[in-house]
Write a protein of this length. Sequence first.
Length: 515
Amino acid sequence: MSNDPLIIFDTTLRDGEQSPGASMTLEEKVRIAKMLEQLRVDVIEAGFPVASPGDFNAVKAVADVIKDSSICGLSRALDKDIEAAGEALKNAVAPRIHTFIATSPIHMREKLNMQPDDVVENAIRAVKKARQYTDDVEFSAEDAGRSEPEFLFRIVEAAINAGATTINIPDTVGYTMPHQFGDLIRQLIEQVPNSDKAIFSTHCHNDLGLAVGNSLAGVLNGARQVECTINGLGERAGNAALEEIVMAVRTRQDVFPCDTRIDTTHIVPTSRMLSRITGFPVQPNKAIVGKNAFAHESGIHQDGVLKSRETYEIMRAQDVGWSDNQIVLGKHSGRNAVKTRLKELGFEFESEVALNSAFKRFKALADKKHEVFDEDLLVIVSQTSEKEKKAIYSLVFSEVCSETGETPEAHVTIEVEGKEMNAKATGGGPVDAVFKAIESVVNSNTELKLYSVNNITSGTDSQGEVTVQLEHDGKIVYGHGAHTDIVIASAKAYIDALNKQASVNDRSHPQHNSI
Ligand code: KIV
Ligand code: ZN
């Protein structure tokens, strides 16, 4: 069996970020991009540059620093989109422009209001225009899963003739079954006369829980690029999960005639980092990266695993980045120990200033907590202080009185754009009182949609990790806070969400705006 390269195209920063509430700041995107580079992802889709100045700058910032992965910018089949992508990718070592247009009857009729001939013409024009900026051009037939195969053959042939080097076949609405999606890829490769001039790619959404199954069916039928995201983040039910694709192909080399160049030991740290940054928790039973993915609860399984690991384990936890070395540091540990352990977890500091600031937070935590675990360290580095983020709001002080039989009362001091403001409020419980006190200063007009607390590690001295979801005018933001005191963690999470809400910019959505 030949071992073709299977290209991993990660779209966490573009399709993943389209997931409501998952928006990331420029610094957060650069941090994730660096993790993806260490993971040895082949192509990083960094965003949709024309969407807003913020998106443009983020793609540019990623393109400026990443050297070992190609950087891709998305564009509709419009000159202004392609020009913005070309400009944002100017400094990339290996730039790719990804241009797309919808090809299903329903999308062409209802969204584009265009005739099929015009769609083909636009695709050709867009690919040619993109080729003026780079030789690496990807063309996607949006909603290919519901497109007429004959029309797909025609537009794909035209796109390749115009210069597309990758042809992406999205199951945009997660509608196809694995055997259908596999057949579609096979037919395209067989029927399109110039198919040997391009790499065929999958891009499957998870609406029926089949994103990974469909992508793998595509690979078995000749696709040599898979588009995917860390933790399966993405619109609606998400995308194909990178970790599942990579580990399925790596574990079943008896089935797949190809393999990726991914360094799988960085999978878990990257997953955790993304979860911390976006506030989207990873479900415990999630394959590969869930807390229970390698836990053996039942007595029979434990017995089997102790006798021979392979009785119940098909992969090794260490190979995907789970570490046995859980207790790492304590209050006597120095800066170098913190830096070294974080490096082992895949995180590198950009500057001495960033290391010093993280070390300060480490010391503060180690004072309260006996043992600092890997999870604690990742929280420390994923939550840069409000000041570093140049946030509008930051928590200066909070105090809550909560006694049996008495109504809890909270006092808070919040810095609002450099000015300290005090407030107090009562509430049904201590967290409610703190949120009301914060609101009496901020008056955000948001609705609290979700509040959840998880312990980051075990033990009553663990940090509590609080996630809140706020909604305002249909826009959703998540906030995240961690502290050994869960009331303070709650206040931090609420303020984090308010800051995100204040910075949510108006950007256009690539697939909701017709051309
Ligand atoms: O799901 C989709 O069709 C997309 C395209 C823009 C590739 O994300
Ligand atoms: Zn998509």
